[in-house]
Design a protein around this ligand. Structure first.
Ligand SMILES: [Zn+2]
Length: 146
């Protein structure tokens, strides 16, 4: 990885942590993704795992809760009604019969957030601060669920 790309990963990770109450990310298996030609370009150089390392580092420094969740179904499921809406990588919009219409990445982000909030998210790497988590989590839940 070039110095430039490394610096970009550091800056982006720091900015993300500083502007967030907490962070949930997909625990992507980089090796498997790189086998997929469509994704090989965007996830080369193990950029993602370097980025995640910095993300975890800054989360510790700034005391921001962080959690990794399993990536399964985050792009195919509807963030509104949870039905499965099959789409190929070239389909950029998530369009569901329940009326939800979102950019596919935004839909996936909402699913990742919901996974991070769910109490059964134990399959992910748990890097939450032990005592500071729950008051923060409740605040976030209030915001999300209204
Ligand atoms: Zn739906």
């Amino acid at each position: 990885m070039s110095r430039q790309r490394r610096d970009f990963a550091v800056k982006t990770a720091r900015a993300l942590v500083q502007s967030s109450d907490w962070v949930v990310y997909e625990d992507l298996k980089v090796k498997n993704l790189v086998k997929n030609h469509h994704l090989a370009k965007s996830i080369s150089d193990a950029s993602w795992s370097i980025f995640v390392e910095w993300l975890e580092y800054f989360a510790k420094i700034y005391n921001v809760p962080i959690r990794a969740v399993a990536p399964h179904y985050t792009s195919q499921n509807c963030s509104g009604c949870n039905s499965v809406v099959k789409k190929s990588l070239s389909t950029r919009t998530h369009q569901c019969s329940c009326g939800v219409s979102l950019h596919r990445d935004w839909n996936a982000a909402k699913n990742i957030l919901a996974k991070g909030l769910s109490t059964d998210g134990q399959s992910g790497i748990n890097a939450w601060g032990q005592n500071t988590l729950y008051p923060k989590l409740e605040t976030v839940l209030d915001k999300v669920t209204g």
